[in-house]
Design a protein. Structure first.
Length: 455
């Protein structure tokens, strides 16, 4: 069954429950929907984009009136001619404009020169780098993160001929792995021949606007480490990649020794022959189990789910293998039509946010003997959608306690049976809509933070 249909049915059912219970005069239960709220800072889903920097970006676009909407809305400039890179930039501007509640980053490939793997190389290029570490997005772009993302893409020259870079998937995702786990920078600073520059200066001198993000690095310049974006104070945020590709991954084996090195030495601990092997490893691994880099042992599984948007002529056995390995099933078509491209990107974010935000309502019973008070209990119903769309879903109910439930000066902390604070909840005291009715309490819960077997 369609996910959006399921969510719509769930919302209708909960809404009808609210109206049904609202007229009862005994053990009332007020239910409030608060989608997307209640996550502590650092708990937003993380979405890392990667871009295949091949000459396809320079192909001619907007030959008819298909770009008129993006132009009229201000997401693309009015000019004599356009490339697909212009369309992609405009589509991302439109999709990002209202986006909030996520952290977004960008990783790119270097040029490829043989025997240029590892930190400290000079006069050559290889692998990939993080052009922008994860930054939180809000609707108003108050921190300038959206503007920074767009500025990087705007500063990149349109690829043609030897100015293009191959998509070195294994090494790009390995660099991403090192960033996620707070380990040493590996290939990120190997950019001497990027974007058809000479071997004299590195990328941060030739093109500082599109070089690696130094704000996510720490330690001495001659041996920096990444600062992991996985926040122990957060609520087990999900990690995604969105990869736009024109062809298959290639020229990616130079760093194999580092990739298959022991986990204690910054590797995966096993050989990864092909790009799908690396994607699958990051999908299967729990990067927050205490074994990887500086990331501590966290309660939930921190793996990487990968989407692939691929040139429709290159959706084949190989690229389908990428999507299967990343846990998303099939690659999506990378279309030149702006409306279709916008729709594809919007659908990806809808899926990401539907998994990573609130969809379960909390129930707070009213004190049956004194309707001016609520009880100190919060009940959370958890259900797992049946994969075969059968009407009966596996689930259970969580009972938690509100510390200071009827104290207007108390923060309304949610605690479990052991008295431990559950930071995934935000409880707000809301004035009663009518005089004489009890104060309302609104609690929100983020999915994926408790397994169905938890109590």
């Amino acid at each position: 069954m369609d996910t959006r249909l399921l969510k719509t049915l769930m919302t209708m059912a909960l809404a009808s429950l609210v109206f049904t219970i609202g007229g009862a005069r005994a053990d009332d239960t007020d239910v409030y929907m608060n989608p997307g709220a209640g996550l502590p800072p650092g708990s937003e889903p993380m979405v890392m984009f990667s871009l295949d920097y091949r000459p396809n970006l320079g192909s001619t676009a907007c030959n008819g009136n298909e770009c008129d909407t993006l132009i009229s809305e201000g997401y693309m400039p009015l000019q004599a001619s356009y490339t697909f890179f212009d369309v992609l930039r405009g589509a991302l501007r439109k999709v990002f404009d209202p986006l909030e509640g996520v952290r977004v980053g960008l990783m790119l490939n270097h040029d490829h020169i043989n025997n240029c793997e590892g930190f400290g190389r000079t006069g050559c290029s290889n692998g990939g780098y993080i052009a922008m570490g994860f930054q939180p997005f809000d609707a108003a772009d108050s921190n300038g993160a959206k503007a920074r993302f767009h500025r990087i893409l705007d500063s990149m020259p349109t690829p043609q001929g030897n100015q293009s870079h191959s998509y070195q998937g294994k090494e790009l995702f390995f660099e991403f792995f090192r960033y996620l786990t707070g380990q040493g920078v590996y290939n990120a600073h190997n950019g001497y021949t990027d974007y058809a520059t000479s071997r004299t200066d590195n990328l941060d001198d030739d093109y500082p606007a599109i070089a690696w993000d130094t704000s996510i690095e720490s330690g001495p310049r001659n041996r920096p480490d990444y600062v992991s974006p996985i926040d122990p104070k957060g609520a087990c945020s999900k990690i995604y990649t969105v990869n736009m590709m024109f062809q298959v991954s290639n020229q990616e084996d130079d760093s194999d020794d580092a990739i298959e090195n022991l986990v204690d030495y910054g590797g995966f601990g096993s050989p990864q022959r092909e790009f799908p092997d690396v994607i699958q490893y990051l999908y299967d691994a729990d990067l927050a189990n205490g074994n990887y880099g500086t990331v501590p042992d966290l309660e939930d599984k921190q793996n990487v789910i990968s989407y692939f948007i691929v040139d429709s002529t290159k959706i084949n056995t190989t690229t389908k293998g990428y999507a299967r390995a990343g846990g998303t099933g099939v690659p999506l078509a990378l279309k030149e039509n702006p409306d279709e491209l916008v729709a594809t990107l919007q659908e990806i974010f809808r899926q990401i946010l539907s998994v990573s935000t609130t969809f379960v309502a909390a129930s707070v019973p009213v004190n049956v003997f004194n309707r001016a008070e609520i009880t100190d209990n919060v009940y959370i119903a958890l259900f797992q959608v049946d994969e075969q769309a059968r009407p009966y879903w596996v689930g259970n109910v969580k009972k938690l306690k509100i510390a200071g439930a009827n104290d207007s000066s108390a923060p309304g902390t949610i605690v479990d049976a052991l008295g431990a604070c559950r930071q995934v909840f935000v409880l707000e005291r809301v004035d009663a809509p009518l005089s004489g009715e009890p104060p309302l309490a609104r609690a929100s819960f983020s999915s994926g933070l408790y397994g169905l077997g938890d109590s």
